[in-house]
Design a protein around this ligand. Structure first.
Ligand code: ATR
Length: 277
């Protein structure tokens, strides 16, 4: 039986084992998928021990996605652009291949929910690892403009400069409190900050939400996130959380590990939503 794990800290509430078992059932595949808690200073060792013990693939989650890059002898283009790895695969020669399915997962979920992204405009709130991880797949999906709005404008400017140079990308950077309703008109606003559960409202002009086409939070939970509550109260026309992104990125990892088999995601998403509630 093939062996998979998710490595993170914390990892106890990861839904990945359940998601991958539901995918495997669709194809009659038997696999073992565990959770591995790693101390920060033990991450390299944890990864190496897992693969030495016969592991086929690992998902990497917070806070190790950037650390995982250095352990891979080859990276996908999107993992390179993200500067982070969420999916590792053992090669026959024992070397590790690193991919990042987060951005493509976001694109798939947005495509299911909002529609085709070609010609869409996206406003991303935040300029950390979560934002960097999704920029290239959004651009490859045909998004015509991305505005990165961040509390610390320098972090947004640095990301913009990197992607403008490396990919000639149509990206604008702005301080979050300077974001205007005009910039958000008919845009998909995506929360990629780490503030979902702080309860503290973001310093964003509330009129932005009512102008948006859709407001999306990469975070998820049994209750709407603080960001989505803020958006709904301000009149956002449509909202969704990141549970769909989680399922879609998992499907892409599954496909990498299982020779291109692509699981159906929508029933799995419904089941997880019921379980969360
Ligand atoms: P991740 O890897 O999850 O993206 P990160 O790299 O630490 O985490 O980035 C966190 C992001 O959330 C940053 O964009 C951060 O803004 P700053 O660049 O100004 O630090 C954003 N963030 C965190 N707390 C915030 C808050 N209270 N208000 C607005 N943005 C916040």
């Amino acid at each position: 039986m093939t062996l998979f794990t998710v490595i993170g800290n914390p990892v106890a509430h990861s839904l990945s084992p359940q998601i991958h078992q539901l995918f495997a059932q669709q194809f009659g595949i038997e696999l073992r998928y565990t959770r591995t808690l790693s101390a920060p200073e033990q991450f390299d060792r944890t990864v190496r021990e897992f693969f030495r013990a016969g592991g086929t693939g690992a998902n990497i989650t917070v806070p190790f996605k950037q650390d995982a890059v250095a352990l891979c002898s080859e990276l996908s283009k999107r993992a390179q652009a993200a500067g982070a790895v969420n999916t590792m695969q053992a090669r026959a020669n024992g070397e590790l291949y690193g991919d990042n399915t987060d951005g493509a997962g976001l694109v798939s979920d947005l495509t299911h929910q909002v529609g085709q992204l070609a010609a869409a405009r996206v406003v991303i709130v935040g300029a950390g690892g979560a934002t960097r991880g999704v920029l290239l797949p959004l651009l490859e999906a045909g998004v015509v403009e991305i505005v990165i709005a961040n509390r610390t404008v320098d972090h947004a400017l640095a990301l913009r400069d990197h992607f403008a140079t490396a990919y000639n990308a149509p990206i604008t950077a702005i301080a979050l409190n300077q974001l205007t309703p005009e910039q958000c008109h008919q845009a998909i606003i995506v929360n990629a900050t780490s503030t979902a559960w702080s309860g503290e409202p973001l310093a964003i002009n509330h009129a932005c939400f009512a102008q948006a086409r859709w407001v999306y939070d990469m975070n998820y939970g049994a209750q709407p996130t603080a960001f989505l509550q803020q958006a709904m109260q301000a009149g956002a026309p449509q909202c969704s959380d990141g549970l769909g992104m989680l399922v879609e990125q998992a499907a892409l990892s599954f496909s990498l590990w299982h020779a291109g088999l692509m699981p159906a995601t929508q029933l799995v998403l419904q089941q997880l939503r019921q379980n969360l509630g």
